[in-house]
Write a protein that binds this ligand. Sequence first.
Ligand SMILES: [Fe+2]
Length: 224
Amino acid sequence: MASRIEVLWKLALKTFSGSKTSNYKICLKNFEKLKCLINEINAEDVYVDKKVLDYVNNQSAPMCAIDVFENQDITIAIFILKTGVTLPLHDHPEMHGLLKVISGVVKIDSYSIESYRDKVSDKNKGIAAVKHSSTIIKHTDPACVLTPFLKNLHEITCLEGPAAFLDVLSPPYDTGDYGKGKRPCTFFKVVTINEISDNVQLVATDIPSTFYSKSLNYMGQPLR
Ligand SMILES: [Fe+2]
């Protein structure tokens, strides 16, 4: 019998097949099914056990990352943050994503930007965005969803760690030639907060030098 992660992987492949092509349109029915499936996934399904969590706690990187699967359409990965660590505010250019917490507790601050074109034009120019209310998420909560327009940017803080979450993203961040992909991940900082509304201004920024990630092996059966 197929394991839960295999079933999720197969449906993610089906849902996002051809996602890099310009005429791709997501099948909302499949996306809904995918949300239901990822909500059933737990730490055991992806082999994130006490040994892995203890390892993360006892090494020096603020975050560890486990690549589970990647092809031209999807990325499946697990990220594990130590207590108090914040994965800085970043985007997922023109991507869909699901984020399921499988261990620990995180706070997620999401932002939506109105025009994606604003982002790429001028690095020093402020980008108008809307901040959504912070959410505290643990393993019993449903997956967080991001789309090219809604909640596409987020910052994730580990309140009780190590906190692990499973990410399904499509299309993948594309690392092309010369290390500069078509879909590079950009980090942002909030420069203007409007006290009487949820409107903020963001500017692109370098990733904080204190933040880095260590890569760990996936302990489960390879998906193929
Ligand atoms: Fe993210």
